[in-house]
Design a binder for this molecule. Structure first.
Ligand SMILES: [Cu+2]
Length: 135
């Protein structure tokens, strides 16, 4: 019995030596260098095409007054270096802060007149008018 257990210890240690030599003597750069995962920042654009665009430029909404019909989508795009929002004063919509060249789409759901501001710069004012669909 003693002989058999020595035999297994010998095999096990030989196996360990082989493993150690394999891992230490054959560095493989292809397996040790992992590819960095590139997280591309996705702008807040929706796949849906916008029906109208409001440009935010020089601390102004252009056009400041826009009328669309229910179901249509307006895209806000901030081309300033400063962050801006399009925030309806009654809370109907809020783009949150848009960085430079970031866009935000709003699809009108209810007819009405919606004054909005930039919550960062409340002196920036615009009005979105939503009318019923034309038949
Ligand atoms: Cu602003």
């Amino acid at each position: 019995m003693k002989y058999i257990s020595y035999f297994f210890i010998a095999i096990a240690s030989a196996f360990m030596v082989i493993l150690l030599s394999l891992s230490s003597c054959s560095p493989n750069p292809k397996t040790t260098i992992s590819q960095p995962i590139v997280m591309k920042e996705q702008p807040q654009t929706s796949a849906q095409a916008a029906d109208a665009t409001v440009k935010i430029r020089n601390f102004k909404f252009e056009p400041a007054n826009l009328a669309i019909t229910v179901g249509k989508t307006v895209q806000f795009i901030n081309v300033d270096e400063e962050p801006h929002t399009a925030t309806a004063t009654d809370g109907t919509f809020n783009s949150k802060a848009l960085d430079t060249n970031q866009t935000w789409n709003y699809t009108a759901t209810k007819p009405g007149t919606y004054p909005y501001i930039c919550s960062v710069h409340p002196f920036m004012k615009g009005t979105l008018t939503v009318t019923n669909k034309k038949n």
